[in-house]
Design a protein around this ligand. Structure first.
Ligand SMILES: Nc1nc2c(ncn2[C@@H]2O[C@H](COP(=O)(O)OP(=O)(O)OP(=O)(O)O)[C@@H](O)[C@H]2O)c(=O)[nH]1
Ligand SMILES: [Mg+2]
Length: 163
């Protein structure tokens, strides 16, 4: 590729990034720690709740991040993180929430499904994953456990079972 072509490609790339910055959707059932995860990863101040369903609407958070390593180290990069409402909060709210998932997720470049590692029952989440628009070519699904119970809990439970 000539230097001129490389310059054109770079300008096209930069203009596309300015038009639509990379977008990460953070989704999952209610209360698994979606907003907390975003706050921890990006030092944002999204509201969270210990007791009641919290994020009622999809919330787009525009960010500027500076990678500390790699080819773009030190450059300011625009990024959008989308904090989703939690599925399963209430059977009456689910149709509205699922409609929002179907509308917003195809706009995301990466979708992160947050699940509580303390919970071994995954059937409910499997049902939601089958319904969500995972087949969309633009959305890549990264399904990982992020929200773990405090590590002391398991140790205390094991001690109690020991005679
Ligand atoms: N044990 C544990 N608790 C967490 C973790 N992350 C978040 N929490 C707690 O989980 C609860 C819910 O956190 P939120 O961030 O509001 O959860 P959410 O998924 O955004 O909730 P909705 O917006 O209602 O769907 C709060 O009490 C958090 O402190 C984690 O990694 N481990
Ligand atoms: Mg939330």
């Amino acid at each position: 590729m000539s230097a001129e072509e490389a310059g054109k490609l770079r300008r096209a790339w930069e203009s596309e990034l300015a038009r639509k910055p990379p977008t990460i959707g953070v989704v999952g059932v209610s209360g698994v720690g979606k907003s907390s995860t975003i706050n921890t990863m990006f030092r944002t101040g999204l509201p969270i709740s210990h007791t009641a369903a919290c994020t009622k609407e999809f919330t787009e958070v525009p960010l500027r991040v500076a990678p500390s390593s790699g080819p773009g180290a030190g450059d300011q990069v625009r990024l959008v993180v989308v904090d989703a409402s939690g599925l399963g909060e209430d059977v009456r709210r689910d149709p509205h929430y699922l409609e929002m998932y179907e509308r917003h997720l195809p706009e995301c470049d990466v979708v992160l499904w947050v699940t509580a590692a303390r919970n071994r029952a995954v059937a409910l989440e499997q049902q939601y994953l089958r319904r969500c628009p995972a087949g969309d070519a633009q959305a890549r699904w990264a399904v990982r456990a992020l929200a773990a119970a405090p590590c002391g809990t398991g140790q205390r439970m094991r001690k109690r079972r020991t005679p």
